[in-house]
Design a protein around this ligand. Sequence first.
Ligand SMILES: [Zn+2]
Length: 466
Amino acid sequence: MSFTIQNVLLATDDGYITTDVQILGDKITAIAPNLDVVGTVIDGTHKLLLPGFVNAHTHSSEMWQRGLISIFPLELWLAELYDFAPLDTEKVYLSALGTAVETLLSGGTSVVDHLVLIPGEELETIASAVRAYQEVGIRAFIAPLIQDQSLSAGLPAGESTQTHEPFFRSTAATLELVEEAVRQFHHPDAGVSILVAPTGIQLCTDALFTGCIELSDRYNLCRHSHLLETKAQEKLAQEKYGCSAVTHLQRIGYLGDRTSLAHCVWLNDTDIDILAQTQSTVVHNPLSNLRLGSGIAPILKYRQAGVNVTFGCDGASSNDSQDLLEAIKIGSILHNVTDFDYRSWISPRQAVEMASLGAAKGLNLADQLGSITVGKKADLILYDLTNLSLVPRTDPIGLLVLGRPTNVVDSAWVNGRQIIANRQVTTIDVEKLRTELFHLSEWATNRQSQTVEQFEVHYRTVMGLI
Ligand SMILES: [Zn+2]
């Protein structure tokens, strides 16, 4: 597949140029005005070409509970989520399709799916998500969500003595499962990568982290986890390790330039230095942090310390959508209220770089993805600048990030393959998907979660709410 985009607007350091971009196979091969036409001609007139963004942290199957879960902090929200989570692999497939489509239509060409596994059907769950992502054609980084402690272990004990049911699957069996997933599904050249993804310090033993480090080193896999999303997790880390979670993860060797960490709300200055030294990546999920009352991550401090930061939507039941442009907007301007020095605020152009190159760095692919550069992969999004939400003509990137862009993605390519044309996904039948998502669900309002009932008194006590 080869094509030439003509007369398209590209961002330069301080402005824009109108130029041509040539793609041969999966790579960008030339950028200059009036190039010889190679392959298909794409008219880029009045359109802006940007590198595809990455939805760098989500949980696709949460789509089935979006807009539904009670207004709770993470620990209680999670209890309700899991009480109603039992899914089948067909639903996993459909919600992965939905996540891919919404990501693409809001500027993303890659998704990092911290995939919740159906107990007893773990590999089938992964296979279903892989099938969905390959059918759509989005670049997929599947991070099978693993833990080896039961949900109640994720709450700090406080003054109480707590005992927890053992997790239903052993640490060794969990690691074997991840290794089998790598053998079956890790095909980066085909657009599907597997990551090791212990959910976080709150539900994982050191044995699980260490096993993941070993797999990551052996198979050259990236690492992905939640980190200090809530105040409760900060307390838990002190109880569990007697030091901060970040210090502990550094000691056991989990951090590094292939490690991306979702949320990072409750870090102290020493923790931030450690993330910078280890070249770890922070995935900023501003909408779920607001929805769950987790807090405002100190993103400007990260940037000042030289920590790489990118954006994620997080799962659709703590957001409750998969609109990447919305996450980028809120994730940028939210911090204007945390720091009076406006010189450190995030500009629209910086936000675009964080969402593209920042994510590529966190996935150890900065040499291949994240910018419109000759030799890099053609993961590209073409925005229609004549769209109602992007007129009148001002600064295209300024309005794309700070405005409320709606239906603005004209075309998308992943690995040089066009998967959106004329604002329509070309690879799957989105109308059929819409119908299936509708018919396999029902209106729902109040639900009684037994696990929430079990947890709530202890949660309120330990968090000082009683
Ligand atoms: Zn998450």
